[in-house]
Design a protein around this ligand. Structure first.
Ligand code: ATP
Length: 265
């Protein structure tokens, strides 16, 4: 999920899979009835209901979403008393511009299925609708500007794991990320357990004092999307590594059957 500036590019189109799911920008089933973001051409979109003041953002490729993502989202929400976690799939992950990535609408559809039973979770399409390389700084700035338009003092917390934080200084405009949001850092098996001193040391020079940074000791789950794709490619089960609906979606749409997914362009 790191966002180093490596290249530029633009995802021109995507598969139609998931288009009929009625995916909302925020809210899992039952959480945000009636709160549609729509697909209007109005640039000032609304992604978060005005009454929500503590909101977490979990950005990722989600190729596919797995229980590791869901567990950290739930546990950070609980620890930091966040009212909503926005799962925000990247349109074009900047650190994967030269890799084949499953079409964004398939990844978003799987996120929608995975979070449907949790009213505190929502799918945020902000990066999908913006297109192009999905820089976290741009996303958080848009969300911060939305709060200003709504005239609410909203706390935005960007969730990332220790391995991602270790690369934070290589991201696009990390200072702007910190200007717009706090960080919640979680452990990831395979990386040293983060503590607050280490986490602060990963920030750009001068940012440490200003940053609102939390380390949340989530239960470690040693799973990754790469591991799941590899298993699916080998014809092995991914059951119990991803929600049942995601497992079904992968099978129905024949995802991860070849090592080079077709990128719709
Ligand atoms: P890939 O294997 O394709 O690189 P990934 O499993 O790391 O994917 P991403 O969608 O890139 O998944 O991850 C989004 C965010 O969630 C990143 O901050 C990532 O480090 C974090 N994350 C993913 N899996 C876990 C996990 N098992 N434990 C803790 N954090 C995780």
């Amino acid at each position: 999920m790191g966002r180093p500036v490596t290249d530029e590019g633009r995802e021109k189109s995507r598969s139609s899979a998931g288009a009929g799911l009625g995916v909302r920008a925020t809210g899992g089933a039952g959480g945000t009835d009636g709160f549609e973001t729509g697909r209007s051409t109005n640039s000032a979109r609304t992604w978060i209901e005005p009454e929500l003041l503590r909101v977490g953002i979990l950005g990722g490729t989600f190729d596919p979403i797995h229980y590791g993502h869901l567990a950290i989202a739930e546990q950070v929400a609980e620890a930091l008393e966040l009212e909503r976690i926005l799962f925000t799939p990247a349109s074009l992950p900047p650190h994967k511009l030269h890799e084949d990535v499953t079409p964004a609408e398939d990844r978003a559809a799987m996120v929608a299925l995975a979070i449907a039973d949790n009213p505190r979770f929502g799918l945020c399409r902000i990066e999908l609708e913006r297109g192009g390389p999905s820089y976290t700084a741009d996303t958080l700035q848009e969300l911060a500007e939305e709060a200003a338009r709504q005239r609410v003092a909203r706390e935005l917390i960007f969730i990332l794991s220790a391995d991602a934080l270790a690369e934070f200084r290589t991201w696009h405009d990390p200072e702007r990320v910190l200007a717009c949001a706090g960080l919640a850092v979680v452990p990831r098996p395979g990386s040293p357990a983060p503590d607050i001193a280490w986490a602060r040391a990963q920030l750009p020079v001068g940012a440490a004092a200003a940053a609102r940074i939390h380390v949340v000791a989530t239960v470690p789950l040693a799973t990754s999307s790469t591991h799941i794709r590899d298993r699916a490619l080998a014809g092995r089960s991914i059951r119990y590594l991803v929600p049942t609906a995601v497992d079904s979606y992968v099978r129905e749409h024949r995802l991860y059957r070849s090592s080079k997914p077709v990128r719709t362009a």
